[in-house]
Design a protein around this ligand. Structure first.
Ligand code: SF4
Length: 348
């Protein structure tokens, strides 16, 4: 395959990706220091803690670290928020993460930089349709990914994140249970292939991970033959098949620390580069290509909803109490059961 590759063109493409990644790493330097100081003061004044996802911009991740908050995947965000003593959680991420925090910590005020930040998986799994789908298969255990609304969680038997999905589904399958999996079909496929479970899939997808292309990654591998390919399982099957490591954001981050490779091709949101670079400053991280040359990609390895989180909106939410998350109490109580089941499973 390598004889067919125009290496000069590929080097240009790679350089473009590297330059974009470098640009994103420079962001904290140019951020407004006064705004950051204001947020720090507000966090103290309001007895609040910042809970940020790996896909948020560097400046927000940096602020979470500097103020005793956390940068994490959605499972760890949920656990950290529930166990932290602060009265207010500021959740920088997307709406289902704020809802999860409220479900687990109803006594706390949950703020987000913007309630507009949602997720294609959440949007693609409306509660009414999903409930009907479940009703048509009453013999199946309903397992939903964390990237769903509170109402969909309330209809589920289990909630899982990508960090724990394999273990939970393996456990259910070993107990002879047949499963409905929603909403991400690619992650569901991966879970099915790894566990051999009887899984009926909902057909949702993440618009970011769905854009990664196996061909583009193989082309990059020709340039960086010693690079390890790290893939989030929300990616399509051909991409998962060529991965050296498949895992959640925290599992991919761990792999970059533990593996000897000095270059990694990373197929997940480029926000994760902040922590990867911080943990391994001497290693090289290359964005996996999306959508192919000349295509108009909708995500380009960065979630458009995660990108809505900004320091300014975060400051406004804290200062003015806007963008607060509320969850109907009846829904919350129902959604808590499958969520708590996941957290207890993790502990055990
Ligand atoms: S990256 Fe994908 S799964 Fe994550 S919030 Fe964005 S759209 Fe949803």
């Amino acid at each position: 395959m390598s004889e067919l590759i125009d290496k000069a063109a590929l080097r240009d493409t790679v350089q473009k990706y590297l330059s974009e990644a470098e640009e994103s790493l420079k962001k904290p330097v140019v951020d407004n220091q006064a705004l950051r100081d204001e947020i720090k003061a507000l966090l103290q004044e309001k007895d609040a803690v910042l809970v940020a996802h790996y896909y948020c911009e560097d400046a927000i991740q940096e602020l979470a670290e500097e103020t005793g908050g956390v940068i994490a995947d959605s499972l760890e965000m949920a656990r950290f928020g529930a166990e932290h003593p602060a009265k207010t959680l500021v959740v920088a991420g997307v709406k289902f993460m704020g809802e999860t925090a409220k479900i687990l910590s109803p006594e706390k005020t949950i703020l987000m930089p913007t309630l507009e930040a949602t997720c294609s998986l959440d949007i693609g799994c409306p509660e009414e349709e999903f409930s009907k789908f479940c009703d048509e298969h009453p013999d199946r255990t309903v397992v939903v990914y964390a990237n769903t609304s509170a109402a969909v969680k309330a209809r589920a038997d289990w909630v899982v994140t990508s960090a724990i999905a394999l273990d939970v589904v393996q456990h259910l399958s070993d107990n002879g249970e047949k499963i409905i999996w929603a909403p991400d079909q690619h992650l569901g496929n991966y879970v099915q292939s790894q566990t051999g479970a009887d899984v009926l899939l909902w057909d949702g997808a993440c618009i970011v991970h769905e854009e990664f292309k196996a061909k583009g990654i193989l082309d990059l591998k020709a340039i960086y033959p010693d690079a390890a390919v790290l893939v989030h399982p929300e990616s399509p099957e051909p991409v998962v098949e060529i991965a050296d490591v498949v895992g959640s954001t925290s599992q991919l981050l761990k792999a970059t620390k533990e593996m000897d490779n000095d270059t990694f091709i990373v197929a997940t949101d480029r926000g994760i580069f902040y922590k990867m670079k911080q943990a391994s400053p001497n290693k090289r991280f290359v964005e996996a290509p999306t959508a192919g040359s000349g295509a108009t990609c909708r995500s380009c390895a960065h979630c458009p909803w995660m990108a809505l989180n900004s320091l300014e909106l975060l400051r406004n939410a804290l200062r003015d109490g806007t963008d607060e998350i509320f969850v109907d109490e009846e829904v919350r109580v129902k959604a808590l059961k499958p969520l708590q089941r996941m957290l207890d499973f993790k502990k055990s």
